[in-house]
Design a protein around this ligand. Sequence first.
Ligand SMILES: Cc1cc2nc3c(=O)[nH]c(=O)nc-3n(C[C@H](O)[C@H](O)[C@H](O)COP(=O)(O)O)c2cc1C
Length: 380
Amino acid sequence: MAQPLTIADLKKMAQRRVPKMFFDYADSGAWTESTYAANEADFRDIKLRQRVLVDMTNRTLATTMIGQKVSMPVALAPTGMTGMQHADGEMLAARAAEEFGVPFTLSTMSICSIEDVASVTTKPFWFQLYVMRDRGFVADLINRAKAARCSALVLTADLQILGQRHKDLRNGLSAPPKFTPKHIWQMATRPFWCMDMMKTKRRSFGNILGHAKGVTDLSSISTFTHEQFDPQLSWKDVAWIKEQWGGPLIIKGILDVEDAKQAVDTGADAIIVSNHGGRQLDGAPSSISMLPRIVDAIGDRLEVHLDGGIRSGQDVLKAVALGARGTYIGRPFLYGLGAMGKEGVTLALDIIRKEMDMTMALCGKRDIKDVDSSIIAGRQ
Ligand SMILES: Cc1cc2nc3c(=O)[nH]c(=O)nc-3n(C[C@H](O)[C@H](O)[C@H](O)COP(=O)(O)O)c2cc1C
């Protein structure tokens, strides 16, 4: 295939390279996938305002997210089992992000562990926390993130129970993969993936196995989530987490104005307006459609970030125009990783950077910090 020019090109390449069960895991939403689809579609409805004959020289996308310098307002979202899109996926993506000057967020449910990622990076990365029933284990995870010098904790609030993704159930998703004829066939038809995977030892959940008491087998992700994730987690637990962590805290999964106001009261540094990429509550509105209301309600009392449906630099610019201080990409970097490893993650970031830079110029702006709702022409 010719050099990929878009995130959609990377997606096609990833589909040819990654075994079906893992490609589907990335490319799936809950139930009817209507929220997953709305995340992308609602970006397309927002139209940009074309401005002409404005000086376009010396443009910059550099800004900050929670006070930390970023080369553009795009972080890599936490994604579980990234090391199944490509061998050692989290380590490769973290290095690509570091070189690009954007934050990498490691999921609790990663394949490579906190320590693995710390061993290949020189700058701090961010750690995403899922809260398990065993608070001793949660405290241990937080301490490991501190020891690895993570510079932000991203607390995911929208997954106390796991949304049902039909594809994962039908595929019998697990890590490591099962050795049934169907799974063996899916892997055998992806030889490059297999060869890379044979070279690594990291094939199960690196932050959990050998760390959580009594957990010896994580073969079924849905059973594990059901048994270990804490369905009683509530706003009052945030204070405990904040105290254990003691550093910058980002609450992820806010989609409602009332919840955003509650998040302000916790003293968090930022929230991520997110519906988990349409993987939890199917039927919820898109992230981008909720962003302006949430920004209006909380003003600048904390930073508002957004994820869900970003597939281009134009999408990032629209989110920034509507009040997001920063954004995150999930599937776009996973497709890059699945398609071409570390180089593919860099390419995904570079595609988005170029699109954002050009779009900003054509909207008559030279500095991302000057981008506001004046660049929006309307909705269609
Ligand atoms: C394959 C996959 C795994 C994910 N795993 C996690 C996770 O472990 N923790 C988490 O907070 N969010 C997780 N998410 C949600 C992402 O952090 C993010 O909210 C979402 O991917 C954004 O939407 P996008 O993929 O359209 O960019 C996952 C998303 C995907 C696609």
